[in-house]
Design a protein around this ligand. Structure first.
Ligand SMILES: Cc1cc2nc3c(=O)[nH]c(=O)nc-3n(C[C@H](O)[C@H](O)[C@H](O)COP(=O)(O)O)c2cc1C
Length: 334
């Protein structure tokens, strides 16, 4: 099913999809859309903004995800971010953590669509690129179609044309963010109904998508699929997705990708003092379920953090893999 208009993206994941991770993902697959981790308006306005906003041009197409609920502050952040050259600015209305609720942003914003509409409108005024929203299908006891539909209606009137919907509700009290990604059941049908009622909007499905088969099964008629944990666990899945959905034949093998990261690792260490482990930690899953994959993971985990380590650790890990034995073969039970 080749369709370049169908959007495949990697979900924003705090502490995971930092710029090193994105650079690595981009080497695996061109065209797939990448998202930053959520960056709060406070960090951009009062913190080390360049640390969170700068990125390598190779990462594009790239969306910046903002967290906040004050229209003026979000507009100011959007204006500050504009010269960096992002392709999309996304507002987080889906994160359920306590820290996020106390600042009144994330999933609790779904209770206040008028405020989200004001945020989107203010951001759009300062943005040369589309402003989009990532949300849940509901929160707490507001877990029904009309709640979601009303939210989407009101926010789209403010100019948002694309919604990424994590197809499970968030429980704002009693469940941790991690539990909120697994316990509330997925309801893909509600997202499909939304698309039926809003054919003019781009509706991207997120939550529990594991690979080509599940994307094909669950996104027919929708505008895209956003995948989070499955890609982080098995990054080379991105090459398969780019081939299946965009007809892009992978140019690089897993080994080529590993080798291509060496100059990046050494450049980051030289220019920014970045520890090697901060980059290699995202690469642990590169040989997921491949012969030697466990040895790759083990070598990096045990050696990347050593003082004075360089990108050469990648070559060493690749040669360590050559000693792969039977135990490393993919598990038949998986
Ligand atoms: C470690 C981690 C951090 C996350 N951080 C964010 C975030 O910063 N912003 C956001 O909108 N969602 C965040 N999420 C949620 C993901 O974007 C996604 O909605 C969720 O994992 C469901 O998709 P999946 O089943 O494909 O993983 C995070 C998820 C994980 C696992």
């Amino acid at each position: 099913m080749t369709n370049r208009n169908f959007e495949i993206s990697v979900a924003p994941m705090m502490d995971w999809t930092d710029r090193h991770c994105r650079y690595f993902h981009r080497l695996i697959a061109p065209h797939v859309r990448l998202y930053t981790e959520m960056v709060t308006s406070g960090v951009i306005l009062h913190g080390d903004r360049d640390r969170f906003l700068r990125f390598d041009p190779a990462e594009r197409p790239l969306a910046l995800q903002l967290g906040g609920s004050d229209p003026a502050a979000l507009a100011a952040c959007t204006a500050i971010a504009a010269p960096y050259g992002y392709d999309e600015i996304n507002l987080n209305c889906g994160c359920p953590s306590d820290r996020v609720q106390s600042g009144k942003f994330g999933a609790c914003l779904m209770n206040d669509p008028a405020l989200v509409a004001r945020c989107v409108g203010a951001m759009q005024e300062k943005s040369p690129v589309p402003v989009t929203v990532k949300c849940r299908i509901g929160i707490d006891n507001s877990d029904n179609y009309s709640f979601l539909n009303n939210f989407i209606k009101e926010v789209s009137k403010a100019g948002c044309q694309k919604f990424i919907i994590h197809a499970r509700k968030a429980w704002l009290n009693g469940l941790s963010p991690k539990e909120n990604r697994d316990i509330p059941p997925l309801d893909y049908a509600r997202v499909h109904r939304l698309k039926q009622d809003h054919k003019n909007l781009a509706i991207i499905l997120n939550g529990g998508l594991e690979g080509i088969v599940s994307i094909q099964k669950h996104t027919s008629g929708l505008d895209g699929a956003m995948i989070g944990r499955a890609v982080y666990r098995n990054p080379f899945l991105l090459a398969d997705l780019a081939q299946e959905f965009y007809g892009i034949i992978p140019e690089r093998s897993r080994e080529d990708i590993a080798m291509a990261m060496i100059p990046y690792i050494d450049r980051q260490a030289k220019d920014h003092g970045t520890p090697v482990k901060s980059i290699t930690r995202h690469m642990i899953g590169l040989f997921h379920e491949q012969p030697g994959g466990r040895r790759w993971r083990r070598y990096l985990s045990e050696n990347a953090h050593h003082d004075g380590q360089t990108g050469a650790v990648i070559e060493q890990a690749l040669s360590f893999m050559q000693g792969a034995d039977e135990q490393d073969a993919p598990s038949k039970a998986a």
